[in-house]
Design a protein around this ligand. Structure first.
Ligand code: BGC
Length: 349
């Protein structure tokens, strides 16, 4: 079968090549790939900046935002031929650490977890893949290809859940949320926060185009300037840009007792001596919590599935701005400013 592979840490090695059929050890359910979403992590892996091949192998099959159709449900009950499924990304570490032992592999504390398409296990950008029944999530069939948005939704579900947990440290009734960065995570965050009943504000560089349109269609407010100019102090911020200057502005702008969730992964920055002590003082004096959130466990997968199923299909479908064939994977990995979610489609839905 064909798969999109990469030699991790070697830029320019991504290719669409013949690979063996998926190994039975990867799971008893055999799935035909329908679509795989492309995210910043895939781009980083293809640029040689991240990613690990399975032990003893040179190549890693890319892809962690899956959607597939069950071809063979295997011996365990619960799944049938034709079911639409998505594969959970992370596997618990083998030790296991206490978090992995209780199924909270998203909080793995020894770093020995593995991740499909990212860290030491093959991903989903292949014509067929296998999955263990306990790591396969059934998708509401009415979502169709929109089921490919489940994985990024789980990342959002976790970040929002953590905000709620942290909020319980005191009396707290959040009314407003600012989302910085109108990519897939930011827009799904805005959608779910709106479903929660919050007043939602989204800030992005884009001044015109699909991003402001989608935000306004949600009944949320769009800002394209600086965080410092939004005109209010948000109770919560979901930061999805990973840009140092934006993060600094968020710390200065957030309201008293505010919670700032960092969900973007950025690198470096021109000014390492940014007024960190001033930011820390603001954080101390206003009881601010700044926390990072990555990955998701089964609870978040379940919640994200529920929320996606309730969301407006017409709005969700506008998040998929481009669908590419697997052989055009290079173009799928190249993002344009108008792209929100690019999807590689392997077979008809
Ligand atoms: C994925 C997460 C993963 C993280 C770090 C993200 O792109 O959505 O599941 O944990 O990368 O590898």
């Amino acid at each position: 079968m064909k798969a999109i592979t990469v030699e991790p840490k070697k830029p320019g090695t991504a290719t669409f090549m013949d690979v063996p059929e998926p190994d039975i050890h990867q799971g008893s359910i055999l799935v035909e790939a329908v679509a795989v979403g492309v995210c910043g992590t895939d781009v980083e892996i293809s640029e040689g900046k991240y990613g690990w091949a399975p032990s003893g192998e040179r190549f890693l099959i890319l892809g962690h935002e899956s959607l597939g159709r069950v071809i063979d449900p295997g011996p365990t009950g619960g799944f049938k031929k034709g079911d639409l499924v998505v594969g959970i990304v992370r596997r618990p570490d083998p030790v296991p650490c206490p978090n992995c032992a209780v199924g909270e592999w998203d909080m793995c504390s020894n770093g020995l977890y593995t991740e499909r398409g990212i860290k030491e296990i093959h991903g989903f950008m292949s014509e067929r893949w296998r999955i263990e029944p306990e790591f396969a999530i059934k998708v509401n069939p009415s979502l169709g290809i929109l089921g490919v948005l489940l994985e990024p939704s789980t990342v959002v579900a976790k970040a929002l859940e953590q905000i709620i947990f942290i909020g319980r440290r005191s009396y707290w009734e959040p009314k407003t949320i600012l989302v910085t960065g109108a990519g897939p995570i930011g827009l799904l965050g805005a959608l779910f926060a709106k479903m929660f009943g919050l007043e939602v504000h989204v800030l992005d560089r884009a001044e015109i185009g699909i991003k402001p349109e989608l935000v306004r269609e949600l009944g949320a407010t769009y800002h394209s300037g600086s965080v410092k100019d939004i005109g209010f102090r948000p109770d919560t911020i979901l930061e999805c840009t990973g840009v140092g200057a934006v993060i600094g502005d968020c710390i200065e702008q957030i309201g008293a007792n505010g919670i700032l969730a960092l969900a973007g992964i950025g690198h470096g920055g021109a000014n390492r001596s940014a007024a960190l002590a001033d930011m820390a003082s603001a954080t101390v004096l206003s009881n601010i919590v700044i926390f990072g959130s990555v990955n998701a466990n089964k609870r978040h997968w379940y919640k994200a599935g529920q929320w996606l199923a309730k969301a407006d299909r017409a709005w969700l479908s506008k998040l998929i701005t481009r669908i590419e064939k697997p052989e055009n994977f290079m173009s799928a990995l190249r993002r344009t400013p108008e792209d929100i979610k690019v999807v590689i489609q392997f077979s008809d839905i």
